[in-house]
Design a protein around this ligand. Structure first.
Ligand SMILES: Cc1cc2nc3c(=O)[nH]c(=O)nc-3n(C[C@H](O)[C@H](O)[C@H](O)COP(=O)(O)O)c2cc1C
Length: 404
């Protein structure tokens, strides 16, 4: 039997049926920014098939003009009440579900309708525009906004998270995954993005001179204070997972190899010192990437940020989390097959594995692993992820299970 199907308990607090985790996926289908019948069915179907843990789609802790118009937010009681129906359905099916706390920081646009309606501000560690972005709903399809406001008081933004995770607790989530990769707000604090440009150093993300910028301790402070606040709300660090991706290059977040090593060595040790339940390490951005290239394409990282050949951040940083007596579990993601994950669990290198894209196309991942049936691949093209769609169920709740 695959070792992925063995039960595991997160820090003595959260028993999971197996080691397979459905990764967080934005699907742009929460039409009034909260889940409805389509989401209840989607998550419950996957729980009914037996997945150990689900992480819900990235859910904004604040109003945001991010490119996905129909991503959910967790800001008001009505949002918590809508999510309560999802968590109840998952629990009834014997599953567990974490809330993914997401703040876009500078990866948004102040002209998006929601920002204009709510008077939202684009906040970031420093007033530096991110490269890239494409806001399909705005005239001219501009990139990320220039109108980035430096956060004056980081604890105030941490309070925004606190409010949101309190609602998530009320909604019945079993824990929280803090999104600290992908170039979003916590990641913006982590990175100086110091690169040599024509001989001069250029800072592209965090050039603060207060206690949230500069040294590695200072750049990690925002993420660690968020962990403390979530731990407080959820009665301890056991039910906190932090999602990081040292080699990431999304949303203008690539960093030099030297800075990456220094930052993540410090950060991961600090997370384990805090005894968080799970550290989720991604390997997006290694070059060449494994897998089919589905959705993410096959493009590697930007040339100016090379990695040593064959570099794998999960193998590099994993031992900082997974060692005898460690209080934290190691979860990994990006382009794993059940075979590779099974081998890593058997070798004692991994505790939990995330599959994300496969959960879109397969409502029955656990049955497939049990019965040795290969995962179905995407045979429907590029609109299945974010739309357009005629109804939220299209390309969401209409993927067949394998016939057994
Ligand atoms: C359509 C889509 C949406 C995603 N949205 C999120 C998200 O909201 N939050 C997040 O942390 N990761 C998100 N991801 C990344 C996945 O959680 C996961 O880390 C990545 O797909 C690698 O896992 P995989 O190779 O098993 O797909 C998304 C991925 C896809 C394909």
């Amino acid at each position: 039997m695959s070792s992925l199907l063995e039960p595991v308990t997160v820090r003595g607090k959260l028993p999971l049926r197996n080691r397979v985790v459905m990764g967080s996926m934005t699907r742009n289908r929460c039409l009034d920014r909260k889940p409805g019948p389509a989401q209840i069915k989607h998550y419950a179907d996957r729980a009914r098939d037996g997945v150990g843990l689900i992480v819900n789609e990235g859910t904004f802790v604040d109003w945001t003009g991010c490119d996905w118009q129909w991503s959910p937010v967790m800001i008001k009681m009505e949002h918590a009440e809508a999510w309560r129906k999802v968590t109840d359905a998952v629990h009834e099916a014997g599953g567990k579900i974490f809330f993914q706390a997401w703040h876009a920081g500078r990866i948004q646009h102040d002209q998006m309708p929601i920002m204009r309606e709510k008077g939202g501000r684009v906040l970031a560690p420093s007033s530096i525009k991110a490269e890239g972005g494409k806001y399909r709903d705005l005239p001219g399809q501009p990139g990320h906004t220039d109108n980035v406001e430096e956060i004056k008081n980081p604890p105030g933004v941490i309070d925004t998270y606190r409010h949101s995770v309190l609602l998530a607790k009320h909604a019945g989530f079993d824990g929280v995954e803090l999104l600290a990769q992908g170039g979003y707000l916590p990641h913006q604090f982590l990175n100086t993005n110091q690169i040599n440009q024509g001989g001069s150093k250029h800072s592209r993300s965090n050039k603060r001179t207060d206690s949230y910028g500069g040294s590695v301790e200072n750049r990690c402070r925002f993420t660690l204070e968020l962990v403390d606040v979530i731990s407080e709300v959820f009665g301890g660090p056991e039910l906190v997972c932090v999602k990081i991706n040292p080699t990431d290059f999304y949303n203008d977040c690539a960093t030099t190899f030297e800075e990456m090593k220094e930052t993540y060595t410090f950060l991961i040790k600090a997370l384990v010192d805090r005894r968080v339940g799970i550290v989720n390490v991604g390997r997006r951005g290694i070059d060449p990437n494994a897998g089919t290239g589905d959705f993410f394409g096959r493009s590697g990282r930007p040339e100016e940020f090379p990695l040593p050949p064959g570099y794998d951040p999960v193998l590099e940083f994993g031992p900082l989390v997974k060692y005898p007596g460690s209080p934290s579990l190691l979860m990994a993601n990006h382009d794993y097959t059940p075979e590779e994950a099974d081998r890593l669990v058997k070798e004692g290198k991994l505790d939990l594995i995330t599959f994300a894209r496969p959960f879109i196309y397969n409502p029955d991942i656990i049955s497939r692993i049990k019965n040795g049936i290969p995962f179905a691949q995407n045979d429907r093209g590029k609109t299945v992820h974010y739309g357009p769609y005629r109804t939220p169920d299209e390309n969401y709740n209409d993927w067949p299970a394998a016939s057994l």
